[in-house]
Design a protein around this ligand. Structure first.
Ligand code: AGP
Length: 617
């Protein structure tokens, strides 16, 4: 949940680290800090000054606070350093708990993303040796243990240290005695190394590095890297040097910039037509869906289980409906945090689909491991290339949506839904549960989604007006049936996570079983009415809430005139196949959440208490 970065080269490390942290801030933003190996000052007699060369700056709050501190410290200079932006797990957000953490002798500094599960035991042991701890964090044990293990060989001490750690970590370490050298290590948290010319980097992800280099090495679990300005050496868990391939990133810096938009979220909402194209077009040839990555015999499976968290789970709820409807195979969808502890019944005849934008979500990783252990085949739908979930799965389909920076997912979700729909159509073709005509019609409808998404985006100014009209509601409901209900779940989450308004999604038919007691005059109900097979039923539910004084904002298909007589306001979206409705219907709801949050003065890209990639349980 934190972002880490490091630089070693000939340039001043401070500004490079701060720029990297600014780009990584979406991963956590309650405090930040940097440590550098400063240039040692010579004493009058020409000898080096005593004391450590490592200098640190930390600030509670956003990276901008750290930048202010840095600007007030003109002497904070050095060409090698590490940085961190935090999402607190152990200890409150404070300067003391902010990373980097320093060993008691001041000779080592560490930044860490992950959780050290056995930190209490290690801390107790080190305290017995008289080592004093300053922070409440789990991270501090890494650096104290490293200093304790150090007998002149940095790499040996680090390998010995990480061998004691259980849990997850991506770490970067500098030492007072090894100018220009950074060691990095990884276990179950993301870490990449950026390759430059006469300078090298590491970071939690490529967004921190893409303005400096597009050549990266993906560090794998258990590996350690020694990074100097001219060289990167990678070692396996035994300490043996290994060859690692260099991966070239093919997206440019604009992908990690707001490009004129006020927020990444709005930029990413607007990018959806292109993102959908990137997901769809390379996989369709002559009206046929081709998954070169999939060498699966679908006939082997007698059921499908979908698991994910948050919005990815909501995409899974849509996927459940599409796969079941087209493939005639039982499908379940379940949040990963429940599945992982439920001892689910599954075997080698089960196909598990895990969905994750980041590919690093801890609960999703744990659930997929549990499913693999039970013999299931795992297919991952992931956006971030080379992420843990992509690597752990038996098969992986990338959404190719490009980097998503805003904490609230938008293009991540719609590309997941469309990829699930493509998988369902492909699988139905393999299983022969769909006629050739129906297959071709679905493929054509999928190909039209980018253009329909663009038309849904044309509602932008009308949605803004709706947000102005309805943003006074402190508590609201999203209702729908079938596909519309799946969209209600996502629309409600979008609104609550960025605007902090209370909202609930209900299967429209469930309202009368209790929740309708909360409907009172003026309460806003957002009614999703695009799943036309059940439109009459949803309209009855609209009438029930209207009869109790609710105001209704409906999302319906263009050309649906009847809804105007029922709802106070209507947002009309392009007509699409009932199974593909969510891709289009969610767009006005994303915009609605955005404009309500804007109106309420919320920090849209970095909502309170959240982080983009949830790598802790
Ligand atoms: C969505 O807006 C949220 N930020 C969150 O629910 C997210 O979808 C969830 O944490 C799963 O993340 P993942 O797709 O990276 O696994």
């Amino acid at each position: 949940m934190c972002g880490i970065t490091g630089y070693t080269g000939l340039n001043q490390a401070g500004p490079i680290l701060l720029e990297g942290l600014r780009r990584l801030e979406y991963r956590g933003y309650d405090s930040a800090g940097i440590a550098i190996q400063s240039e040692r000052k010579a004493d009058a007699d020409g000898s080096e000054s005593a004391g450590s060369s490592i200098k640190m700056l930390k600030a509670t709050g956003k990276v901008s606070h750290l930048v202010e501190k840095f600007e007030a410290e003109p002497d904070f200079k050095g060409v090698c350093g590490i940085g961190h932006t935090r999402w607190a797990t152990h200890g409150v957000p404070s300067d003391t708990n902010a990373h980097p953490h320093l060993s008691a002798d001041g000779k080592f500094a560490v930044v860490h993303n992950g959780i050290i599960e056995n930190f209490a035991e290690i801390r107790e042991e080190l305290q017995k040796y008289g080592i004093e701890f300053k922070s409440e964090t789990d991270t501090e044990v890494i650096v104290q243990l490293l200093a304790y293990n150090y007998k002149g060989n940095f790499k040996k001490a680090l390998m010995k240290t990480i061998a004691r750690l259980t849990g997850s970590y991506a770490i970067g370490v500098i030492s007072d005695e090894h100018p220009g050298t950074i060691f990095a290590a990884k276990q179950a948290s993301p870490l990449i190394i950026g390759i430059g010319i006469g300078e090298n980097y590491f970071a939690s992800d490529i967004t921190a590095l893409v303005s400096n280099t597009k050549n990266v090495i993906d560090l794998d679990d258990g590996e350690v890297a020694e990074i100097t300005p001219d060289e990167v050496k990678v070692f396996d868990h035994t300490g043996k040097e290994i060859e690692k391939p260099i991966r070239h990133i093919n997206w440019d810096i604009a992908s990690a910039e707001k490009s004129g938009y006020d927020h990444f979220m709005l930029k990413e909402i607007m990018e959806q037509p292109q993102a959908l194209k990137a997901t769809i077009e390379p996989r369709i040839k002559d009206e046929e869906i081709i998954f070169e990555e999939l060498n699966i015999d679908m006939k082997k499976f007698n059921r499908v289980h979908i698991t994910a968290c948050g919005s990815a789970y909501h995409a899974g709820c849509v996927g459940r409906g599409i796969i079941e409807s087209l493939c005639k195979i039982p499908v379940e969808a379940e949040v990963a945090s429940e599945l992982r502890y439920r001892d689910p019944v599954m075997d080698e005849k089960t196909l598990v689909i895990v969905i994750s934008q980041s590919g690093e979500t801890a609960d999703t990783i744990a659930a997929m491991k549990e499913c693999k252990y039970k013999g299931a085949t795992v297919l991952a739908i992931v956006n971030v290339v080379g992420s843990s979930i992509a690597k752990l799965a038996d098969y992986c389909l990338y959404t190719w949506a490009g980097p998503e920076i805003a904490v609230a997912t938008t293009k991540g979700y719609t590309t997941q839904v469309v990829l699930l729909a493509m998988f369902a159509v492909w699988a139905a073709g393999e299983l022969k549960t769909i006629s050739h005509g129906a297959y071709t019609t679905m493929v054509k409808d999928i190909m039209r989604l980018p253009e329909r998404a663009q038309r849904a985006l044309d509602l932008n100014s009308r949605v803004k007006k709706m947000a102005d009209k309805y943003n006074d509601n402190q508590s609201l409901f999203f209702i729908g049936r079938n596909m519309d209900y799946a969209v209600a779940l996502e629309g409600s989450l979008k609104l609550k996570e960025i605007s902090y308004l209370h909202s609930e999604a209900y299967a429209a038919g469930e309202l009368k079983h209790g929740t309708i007691a909360l409907i009172e005059p003026g309460r806003l109900v957002v009614a999703l009415c695009c799943y036309e097979k059940l439109l009459d039923k949803t309209i009855s539910n609209i009438q029930q809430v209207k009869a109790r004084g609710a105001r209704v904002l409906a999302v319906a298909h263009e050309g649906n005139r009847s809804i105007f007589a029922e709802a106070d306001d209507v947002l009309s979206v392009p007509v699409t196949d009932p199974l593909l409705v969510p891709v289009i219907e969610i767009i006005p709801l994303q915009l609605f959440a955005y404009y309500v949050a804007l109106k309420n003065g919320c920090d849209i890209d970095k909502p309170k208490n959240l982080a983009k990639s949830v790598t802790v349980e």
